[in-house]
Design a protein around this ligand. Sequence first.
Ligand code: HEC
Length: 142
Amino acid sequence: MKKFILSIVIFFIAIQFIKMDIQEHIDAPKELEIKTSKEIAIILKNSCYDCHSNSVNMPLYGYVAPISWYVRDHIKSGRKVLNFSEFNAYDETTQQKKYEKIIDATVIRMPLPSYTLMHKSSELSYDEKQLIKAWVKSKMQE
Ligand code: HEC
């Protein structure tokens, strides 16, 4: 039994050396940041920026394997599909597509449930969803 526990401990120590590298802060020109009202900016920063921006607040468990792989993978793929810090680098057509997806995403599945579990305050309230919807609609071309 002792050997078994020891091998588990060694296993967990060993996997700490398998790093999945994510830059928590990436420098990008300020003008690429999405332009919104203050109200919307606060909602996005609070609920979305930890996966969809160049500045993420890494939680402590983001440093402990294997959870860290999971967290970092979300940041990596979140940034890849939508990065609010570089939103203005997308061409017009792409921006329009992203706006469209933001409405769907906020209604159904964003922020990710595994994230809201640990970040209760990031969950979008009904009012916040309405604000995001109105903002996106105002940005979408007919
Ligand atoms: C915990 C990380 C995390 C948070 C927080 C988060 N997202 Fe995501 N988001 C992802 C990941 C990962 C994907 C891509 C994989 C997928 O579709 O599940 C994604 C996909 C999306 C997409 C689809 C983009 C596309 O082009 O397919 C949209 C839109 C989106 N998120 C919007 C938001 C909004 C708006 C918020 C805040 C209200 C938010 N997300 C918060 C991780 C996150």
